[in-house]
Design a protein around this ligand. Structure first.
Ligand code: ADP
Ligand code: CIR
Length: 345
């Protein structure tokens, strides 16, 4: 493999950090699962519009390719690496319940975490047999859930196109054919081994073998962040009785994309901000101040509709889960205050 020709359109953290020196150091490196530098950077090479541009094939990728991954991790999470990552999923420490108690702005709240099983490659390097094995282990654990978390698993392979489209439109299911995941090898053998578990109310959901082996999701209408967090924390406690997730004190919960390391948590609201939506400079200055990110209404790389935005915590490593939710809470309070001020003008 030759050093890539990074033209001006390549603005990803991968393009920025893969200097000729780093390339020379890593070009011959292969992890024990056969994952190479070329595999790690392929998504960013094929998609020059990538923001990050790298994926890990296994937990070992983070050490084998650390001269590339470490600066990307530092730059994305603002985490210097001088302290270890610690986790705090204690719902009692969420001291604010709802940033929009009168229900004027927040349409819905969702908190998800990514998890992967120990002793398995991550999605980009997993084999079809291993993926099926992961699915079977996860489904067996989900079957043990009871009470409000109990539900059913629906394999993607057995799902009609209409049901799939409806679940995607309603924000419950992942989309097929993501080009960034595709170039990372994460869509191989699609739809084998993939599926979704949910309870009847669709307030607790688990995505199986998408970008990570598990995406564990708690969501509901309105802005009661504490209730959403509590449900997620309870589900994690239950699932950890049956599943062993990869965790390191340096990287937290290990994920295929470095943006999801640490808490692996994205806490988001769908929030209607018609006035702030007309002033994206003001909008983004508030979100940046509070370490938040704006996405469109159908998730990453989608657009807003009807001035409804997906606002979520940006940093996930070096902060606890409670802090991620606190980032969201204080930022959303600030956004609502500004929206009210603009509406009054
Ligand atoms: P992820 O959150 O897993 O990183 P995406 O950004 O692709 O992935 O979002 C996945 C789905 O979750 C999308 O359909 C998105 O609209 C939906 N979603 C995200 N946040 C919320 C929310 N607060 N309320 C309802 N749906 C949401
Ligand atoms: C990219 O590099 O843009 C994609 N691989 C997605 C990166 C992860 N998402 C994110 O930063 N929010």
């Amino acid at each position: 493999m030759e050093y890539p020709d990074f033209t001006a359109e390549y603005q990803s953290l991968m393009a920025k950090n893969l200097t000729k020196d780093v390339f020379e150091q890593l070009k011959g490196v292969v992890t024990k699962n056969g994952f190479s530098l070329k595999d790690a950077i392929n998504s960013g090479l094929v998609n020059p519009d990538s923001g990050i541009g790298v994926y890990a094939g296994d937990p070992e990728s983070y050490t084998c390719f650390s001269p590339l991954f470490d600066p990307i991790i530092r730059q994305y999470h603002g985490f210097t690496g001088s302290k270890l990552h610690s986790t705090n999923l204690n719902p009692a420490e969420i001291d604010h319940h709802n940033p929009d108690p009168d229900n004027h702005y927040i349409v819905s709240t969702r908190i998800r975490v990514a998890r992967n099983l120990v002793n398995m490659p991550l999605g980009p390097a997993i084999s079809i047999v291993q993926r099926d094995e992961v699915e079977a282990k996860i489904v067996a654990a989900l079957t043990q859930l009871s009470g409000s978390l109990s539900g059913h698993y629906y394999a993607l392979a057995g799902m009609s196109a209409a049901v799939q489209a409806r679940l995607i439109d309603d924000h419950f299911l992942f989309k097929a054919g993501d080009k960034y995941l595709g170039a990372a090898g994460l869509n191989r053998d699609w739809p084998a081994g993939r599926g979704i578990y949910h309870n009847d109310e669709k307030t607790f959901l688990v995505w199986v073998n998408e970008e990570d082996q598990l995406r564990i999701i708690s969501m509901q209408a309105g802005g009661n962040i504490q209730q959403v967090f509590l449900r997620l924390a309870q589900a994690l406690t239950e699932l950890e009785r049956h599943l062993h997730f990869v965790f390191s004190s340096r990287l937290g919960y290990v994920s295929s994309c470095p943006t999801n390391l640490g808490t692996a948590m994205r806490a988001s609201v769908h929030i209607k901000l018609p006035n702030l939506g007309l002033d994206m400079t003001e909008f983004t200055s508030i979100t940046e101040q509070h370490h938040l990110q704006i996405r469109g209404i159908h998730g990453e790389h989608s657009e807003s509709e009807g001035y409804i935005y997906d606002v979520s915590n940006r940093r996930r490593l070096g902060v606890t889960e409670v802090q991620c939710v606190q980032d969201l809470y204080t930022g959303v309070v600030a956004l609502i205050a500004k929206e009210k001020e603009l509406a009054g003008q």
